[in-house]
Design a protein around this ligand. Structure first.
Ligand SMILES: [Zn+2]
Length: 359
């Protein structure tokens, strides 16, 4: 060997090895928006629904906010953070117009089966209802919480009151704040005030709180406890859709986009989280088309069509992915686990990581 090149070869080997094993991501925020359709995510307000007084109280006012002639303009109006920062620096999967498909693999296509698939990496057909039954399966949250460096640094916040069961709070020991639960522990003055507001604010639903509470409880916890794996499950979009309120459904998608931007801005302003935190964002299920947009499930065509977005230091800025491809909801868990530097090992039924999200 020509010794003149030896230092160069060693350098290449060392950096190559480090890159193969070591990612920049030290923290992951897994975020879901319940039942937000790929149609709105990729094309903004749907002309078939926005102009229809069955679904919208004030068509002119809503059109003023969210209508534009092109889908590219409409989606940027609806979810400006996704179609600026995420589109520029992250990755967006599931625009079926280009043949980039993301599907739910469970057959039920409603919430508990979907969240189980997202959080465990496999479809369990035995989970066939939204009943408050403790999940027999171990979620990635529970698994990561047992790994070195993560004990007590995993937390979940959700608007729906079934999350303590989906995550099996009792067995997993993970902090879960969901439904109408108050903040507990060594809480800040802001959390104490949120507790009061939550009690005094009328809620449209008995099992799902407004997302503003979930968001701010999660953010205050983030500031106070600095978790490394944080799951936030926003819920409003699905409930406004079931209520056949397309205006409220769009407004909710728009607000949630701003919540996620708020989290990203906090992360990028914090020395320990900046450039070391990945966001993985998806939905538990799609919905029907046209008049069927209000519902979802095995009998509602299109309910298995979803989307996934990734933003972080280990995911190149592919933007809207237009390659013909097929991804599944069961790949989210392994992607999160891999971003945190782990492998699921011999869990054979788990969907593989999304490889393109890891380079
Ligand atoms: Zn639903």
């Amino acid at each position: 060997m020509n010794v003149r090149f030896l230092p160069l070869i060693l350098l290449v080997l060392c950096t190559g090895g480090a890159q193969a094993q070591e990612l920049n991501t030290k923290n992951v925020f897994l975020i879901t928006l319940d039942g937000l359709r790929w149609q709105e995510f990729y094309s903004g307000a749907d002309s078939l629904l926005l102009h229809d007084e069955r679904w919208v109280d004030e068509v002119d006012a809503l059109s003023e906010r969210f209508w534009a002639d092109s889908a590219v303009e409409r989606r940027a109006r609806l979810m400006p953070f996704f179609w600026s920062t995420v589109a520029e620096h992250g990755q967006l999967y599931g625009n079926r117009s280009y043949g980039n498909l993301v599907d739910v693999s469970n057959k039920h296509v409603f919430s508990y089966p979907g969240y189980n698939e997202i959080l465990t990496g496999f479809a369990d057909e035995a989970i066939d209802s939204n009943a408050k039954r403790p999940n027999p399966n171990v979620t990635l949250l529970e698994w990561i919480n047992t790994q070195e460096g993560f004990d007590g640094l995993v937390a979940a916040f959700g608007s729906w009151d079934v999350f303590p069961y989906i995550i099996n709070e009792d067995r997993s020991g993970i902090v879960v704040n969901a439904g109408f639960e108050a903040a507990e522990g060594d809480i800040s003055a802001r959390e104490a005030f949120l507790n009061v507001l939550q009690e005094q604010t009328p809620s449209p639903w008995s099992t799902v709180r407004l997302d503003v509470f979930t968001h701010h409880f999660a953010k205050e916890y983030l500031i106070r406890e600095r978790p490394r794996l944080l799951y936030i499950a926003y819920g409003e979009t699905d409930d406004f859709a079931h209520d056949a309120e397309y205006d409220s459904y769009l407004e909710s998608a728009h607000r949630t986009d701003a919540f996620i931007e708020d989290l990203w801005n906090w992360v990028q302003a914090d020395d320990a989280y900046r450039d070391r935190t990945s966001f993985v964002i998806t939905t538990d299920h799609g919905r029907g088309f046209k008049d069927e947009w209000v519902g979802h499930g095995a009998d509602w065509e299109g309910s298995n069509h979803i989307w996934i977005a990734v933003l972080g230091p280990d995911s190149s800025g592919l933007g809207e992915v237009r390659d013909t491809a097929q991804l599944y909801q069961n790949q989210v868990a392994a992607t999160v686990v891999r971003l945190l530097g782990f492998e699921y090992g011999n869990r054979v039924a788990v969907g593989p990581p999304i490889e393109s999200a890891l380079r």
